[in-house]
Design a protein around this ligand. Structure first.
Ligand code: NAP
Length: 305
């Protein structure tokens, strides 16, 4: 069985590529390692996708998955370990199987950046979380901290303030990177406290999170806050090492590809947050999925002539 388009990753970019691939009459398979939908599934509200005033991330991604599967896209839940070339085809490798494809679209997205603190890994699931919408309910009535100053941290602080007794929003600068429209409502909440120009030096607690040691960057002083939960929302990092032998990555691990989604290897394309780009949004992920799938179709036509 040879697929026309093999898509690695089942987030917005991958699923959009599957829609475009199937609509162009190509046999398409999408291989996802964890859960279909990608990052957006945990966004409580999406209000910046053109034509949709407001939708939950989960509903958005399930609709997109239904659309791709309804058009006949095949799907597999497997971890991709690499790609190799054989007999003019690109072969996607997983732990147990191989999927020969005429073209491949890498749409692996990004994963959560970690603070890099000693206790962070140890207390993951015991108070350290990277997903407020997934774990927030466990902290009902408790005091928690959100770390970060982007849209995710702002949205997480807002979401948690509805459940928790107190939410500390700890950010390393005085100004937020995220949108002012998300900052203003937080200022009005009695149970949200901004801790600015501050970095987390240590997580307290042996078996569960009990608090944080914070460093005030302006005064240089350390102080402690008591919290049962710490939600780390400091951005994302790519995970493309499995493809590093075949396509060029930039120095931070993103697949080197421009707006045409072409990688350094003919027939392999990169779509969405996993590639080098200036704006990582739902709209740009969807746009990349379309661009990459149409480029893959064009590549297949050129190979056939
Ligand atoms: P982000 O925009 O990259 O923000 C990451 C934040 O974490 C920044 O404030 C950064 O500080 C801070 N940070 C990074 N490394 C740190 C470290 N080692 N220690 C402490 N703080 C650190 O990430 P994001 O909030 O996850 O958002 C990712 C993308 O998704 C963005 O484009 C965002 O707009 C988008 N998004 C959109 C929505 C929406 O529109 N509804 C919701 C969520 C996310 P500095 O500011 O000092 O660099």
């Amino acid at each position: 069985m040879v697929y026309d388009i093999g898509i690695i990753g089942g987030g917005t970019a991958g699923m959009t590529a599957a829609v475009y691939g199937q609509r162009a009459g190509k046999r398409t398979i999408m291989i996802e390692g964890m859960n279909y939908g990608g990052q957006i599934t945990v966004s409580p509200k999406v209000e910046n996708y053109p034509g949709i005033a407001s939708v939950s991330g989960a509903e958005f991604s399930m609709n997109l998955l239904d659309q791709a599967m309804g058009l006949g896209a095949e799907t597999e839940l497997e971890q991709v370990t690499g790609i190799h070339e054989e007999g003019g085809l690109k072969v996607i490798e997983t732990e147990g199987k191989e999927y020969p494809c005429r073209t491949v679209i890498i749409a692996t997205g990004v994963s959560h950046r970690h603070l890099g603190l000693e206790k962070e890994e140890k207390l993951m699931g015991a108070g350290v979380s990277y997903c407020a919408t997934c774990d927030g309910a466990f902290f009902k009535g408790k005091d928690v901290a959100v770390i970060g100053g982007g849209n995710t941290a702002l949205q997480d602080a807002d979401f948690l303030s509805n459940y928790c007794n107190k939410v500390y929003l700890v950010h390393r600068r005085d100004e937020f990177r995220g949108e002012a429209g998300l900052v203003e409502p937080l200022k009005k909440k009695d149970n949200v406290e901004f801790v600015l120009s501050a970095t987390v030096k240590d997580i307290l607690g042996e078996n569960v999170v009990e608090g944080l040691v914070i460093n005030n960057k302006k005064t240089g002083e350390d102080f402690q806050i008591s919290v049962s939960g710490v939600f780390v929302a400091i951005g994302q990092v790519p995970d493309n090492q499995a493809f590093s032998g075949l396509v060029d990555l930039d120095e931070t691990g993103f697949v080197a590809a421009s707006e045409d989604c072409m990688t350094s290897r003919p027939g392999i394309f990169a779509a969405g947050d996993c590639r080098t780009k200036g704006v990582r949004q739902l709209t740009t992920a969807a746009a990349d999925g379309a661009v990459a799938a149409l480029a893959a179709c064009k590549y297949i036509s050129m190979q056939e002539t």
